[in-house]
Design a protein. Structure first.
Length: 316
């Protein structure tokens, strides 16, 4: 039986998918399978994938990151799941290091490796892309050590959660925190669904760890400080999902504690949308449309996991 299911969601991913899959097959740890969930690519992504011994799910529409990964997770039975972006390239010992660490402690529900950043496949990375998720007190999520030189790589430690581009999950954790069998929130479609899952897992008492010896290289197109290169649709979804995330997960006590930080940041967001990114005003309307759904999920979360304080130790 395969211990790890490597699930790759693709959408017009021909540029990197071949090398991404090749890097998975170069793993020294061999007890894995690969599932590619394609969200109706119009390029030759699927035909490239067919050259490899893996399972391909072809969706007739773009279902989004969350729903596609839920598909992949639901079709496998492995002990662990790795959600992998097609622009992430695993170093050979990535899976070995992940399994070795997570197997030692049944309380670890997820793990994140050391992601290194480069702009081109041929370049040797010199900076850190991320070492796991954290939350700022203004409720903006961030990547630990993003943009720092590799020599500053931190030691193994507990984190808020893994970055979804290469997130290692224990299946029992995913099943435990699912809401009506939905693991990633499909209302989010894409963006911040990994943060939402991490927050819920923290609330449920699961631990997440950073594994510095599990190394991967990421060509991150959309990153901090580069919002202007992000397509307008993703800009809108990103803004909308900020509010869905808070509405669904935040505790009133801690929200009020950090209200000054939140309001200052919100004022900046509003001014930016008003004067620069006016198409994102539609995000506020979408929040209203999804309000009832988020409140229902919030009520479920608070009923099943009433103590949400664990997550806030990762809010800086």
């Amino acid at each position: 039986m395969n211990i790890v299911s490597v699930n790759i969601v693709t959408y017009n991913s021909r540029q990197y998918i071949k090398q991404c899959i090749e890097c998975v097959y170069k793993q020294v740890y061999k007890k894995f399978s690969i599932v590619v969930i394609d969200n109706c690519s119009s390029d030759d992504t699927v035909s490239i994938c067919k050259h490899f011994p893996l399972r391909i799910i072809q969706n007739s529409v773009n279902m989004g990151y969350a729903a596609a990964h839920n598909q992949g997770i639901g079709l496998t039975e492995s002990k662990y799941v790795l959600t992998l972006n097609p622009d992430v390239f695993l170093r050979p010992k990535f899976l070995y290091q992940m399994v070795s660490v997570v197997e030692k402690d049944v309380h670890i529900g997820s793990a994140c490796g050391l992601l290194l950043r480069t702009d081109h496949v041929s370049e040797s990375p010199k900076i850190i892309d991320g070492a796991g998720l954290f939350m700022r007190k203004n409720r903006r999520q961030g990547l630990l050590y993003e943009g720092k030189p590799i020599r500053l790589t931190p030691q193994a430690n507990y984190i808020f959660g893994p970055d979804g581009s290469a997130a290692f999950y224990r299946r029992t954790m995913l099943e435990d925190v699912a809401i009506h069998k939905e693991i990633f929130d499909e209302d989010f479609f894409m963006h911040k669904e990994d943060v939402d899952l991490a927050w819920r897992a923290q609330r449920a008492g699961w631990e997440s760890v950073f594994v510095p010896k599990a190394i991967a290289v990421h060509i991150r197109t959309f990153r901090s400080g580069k919002r202007q290169v992000v397509p307008p649709t993703i800009q809108r979804i990103s803004l909308r999902n900020r509010y869905l995330l808070l509405l669904k997960n935040d505790e009133l006590k801690y929200f009020l504690r950090d209200l000054q930080h939140i309001m200052i940041y919100e004022f900046g967001i509003f001014c930016y949308v008003l004067f620069i990114e006016r198409h994102s005003f539609h995000a506020y309307r979408e929040v209203i449309l999804l309000w009832h759904s988020m409140i229902q999920k919030r009520n479920y979360i608070h009923r099943v996991w009433p103590n949400g304080s664990q997550a806030y130790k990762f809010f800086y």
